[in-house]
Design a protein around this ligand. Structure first.
Ligand code: XMP
Length: 516
């Protein structure tokens, strides 16, 4: 175990991922956690991440210096590097010379940390203060034009640090440096492999649910719920029931794909709730986006609860379902404040004959995993790539991609147009280059066109291809003209009622990815 101490910058998650890429398990802890508590978890190493401030700034986050003598090896990056220097008797000065972005680093002596690196390399920096003298007993390994001490180590004490951010992509050799620290200085073993992750999670879930417990899992069609279900299925077999609510707002072929591919790959027991009519009735006459979202959310819970009751009804006398599987990921856990343990949620029922409130304990097989690990585990468990590599798709589905009222006819139109667009993107090999490409139907807009000899008066669709890292910001994807042409020609030829194809070239912000 490696603990990454978070000083409030956005780098901790990236560091934790990089550690795992070096096949060592890592977790993030807040810098406010007492050192004794960190040490009690028996980490082999501790990494101090970058932070926003100067170590001398008022209220700057700090760390109990006991951390440097408490046993685990310690690696400081950027702010963490300066903290280590300041606490161990080195000098950190506000030289006034700042370095931001790509910076040339000169290695004076590679030592263990920088072994095998070229004499000069580019690294990503972001700092105002600089370390001007290393603590006693430390070897200075590198410098930059303005920073005399840019990297140091004391291998005997298991301490090392760099002024830059080895975790970011723009830092050359960053992963190598991290591996030198983890493997050669801290002595971490490389045991975090995809095969081990799957096995450990399966064992943990088997333990949590016990020999008689039964679980239910809502499948959405997305990666997370599918992989979570696959893990729980391996752990408890048929005592898991998967429920897929078909709200009629999915894209062409998706429900069939879940029914066929997911079941084929996992052998899981799947209940499909055909709730299309329920959803469309509830959505009739509604065009306001927030109202649509609320209705879809509410009907979803109703449909899912109905299915839960069915499952319980079939269970042998005296058993209770007890467990609800959710695809919560590690970043969700970190962002919601490092919540530990399991929480209990209540599910309210209003059907006679059954207890009013059923309590479920949450089962979260992915709560220690990052998204890329989830995909890898899914593939390991035999899920097809259409599921594990699926691009994001919103829960409310096509319901928020029809601008105007949602009807069956409009959904069918949009499904056809969307299927053509997806087909052509895949054929052009572009799926890996974009984050997602919503296709939006402007159902209340009509424009005049001409087709054959006749005048048409149809609807436009909008293609919204975007690139993104995390959906918080996005840019419009510059798709090749030939691909756009092919999509446009096919949609206007094959989808009656659509006579115009447009492309949305707005970044986020100011636009959102979805239109509603
Ligand atoms: P926006 O439109 O806010 O979308 O830029 C950001 C990302 O979130 C997806 N999205 C949703 N996902 N339920 C979901 O599960 C939702 O209600 C929802 N709304 C938007 C969207 O597809 C994009 O990836």
């Amino acid at each position: 175990l490696v603990l990454v101490v978070d000083f409030g910058a956005q780098y901790a998650q990236l560091i934790a991922r990089r550690v795992r890429e070096a096949r060592v398990y890592s977790e993030i802890v807040p810098h406010t956690m007492p050192v004794a508590e960190m040490v009690a978890r028996k980490p082999k190493a501790i990494i101090l991440s970058g932070g926003p401030s100067s170590v001398y700034a008022e209220g700057a986050p700090t760390i109990d210096p006991a951390i440097f003598t408490s046993g685990p090896a310690v690696f400081g990056m950027c702010y963490g590097f300066q903290l280590m220097a300041a606490h161990l008797g080195g000098t950190v000065s506000a030289t006034g010379a700042r370095e931001y972005g790509r910076t040339r680093v000169t290695t004076s002596l590679p030592g263990t940390l920088l072994a095998g690196l070229p004499a000069e390399h580019n690294a990503w920096m972001s700092h105002g203060d600089s370390v001007s003298a290393a603590p006693d007993g430390f070897t200075v390994l590198a410098s930059t034009e303005v920073t005399p001490v840019a990297a140091f180590e004391n291998v005997d004490r298991g301490l090392a640090g760099v002024q830059w951010h080895p975790e970011v992509l723009h830092s050359e050799h960053g992963q190598k440096i991290l591996e030198h620290f983890l493997w050669d200085i801290a002595g971490c073993r490389q045991t975090w492999t995809i095969g081990n992750i799957a096995e450990e999670q399966i064992a943990r879930i088997r333990d949590q649910i016990g020999p008689d417990g039964r679980a239910i899992c809502g499948l959405s069609g997305g990666v997370d719920s599918a992989v979570a279900a696959a893990i729980v299925q391996k752990a408890i077999g048929d005592r898991l029931t998967c429920v897929y609510v078909d709200h009629g707002l999915m894209r062409k072929g998706e429900t069939e794909q879940i029914e066929r591919d997911f079941v084929a790959a996992t052998g899981a027991k799947l209940v499909i709730v055909d709730a299309e009519k329920q959803f469309l009735d509830a959505l009739a006459g509604v065009s306001e986006p927030e109202a649509k979202r609320k209705i879809i959310g509410r009907e979803f819970i109703r449909a899912f609860e109905g299915a839960e009751l069915e499952v319980i009804k079939d269970a042998p006398e005296g058993t209770k379902v007890g467990f609800l599987v959710q695809g919560t990921l590690y970043p969700d856990i970190v962002e919601s404040g490092h919540g530990a343990g399991t929480s209990t949620i209540k599910s309210h029922h209003n059907v006679g004959g059954l207890p009013e409130d059923l309590e479920f304990e949450l089962v979260e097989p992915l709560r220690e995993l990052f998204k890329d690990e989830v995909r890898a585990v899914g593939a390991q468990l035999g899920l097809p790539s259409v599921i594990v590599q699926r691009q994001p798709f919103p829960g409310p589905g096509l319901g928020i991609r029809i601008i105007g009222e949602v009807t069956r006819e409009r959904l069918d139109l949009l499904r056809e147009a969307d299927a053509i667009a997806r087909e052509e993107m895949t054929a052009a090999g572009l799926d890996g280059d974009i984050w997602q490409m919503p296709v939006v139907l402007l159902a209340d807009v009509r424009s005049v066109g001409v087709q054959g000899d006749g005048r048409t008066y149809g609807h436009p669709v909008v293609l919204r291809p975007v690139t993104s890292e995390d959906a918080m910001t996005a840019d419009w994807a510059r798709l090749p003209y030939e691909v756009l042409e092919k999509i446009s020609t096919r949609i206007t030829n094959e989808v009656a009622e659509v006579n115009r194809v447009t492309v949305d070239i707005t970044s986020k912000p100011p636009g959102t990815i979805e239109w509603e």
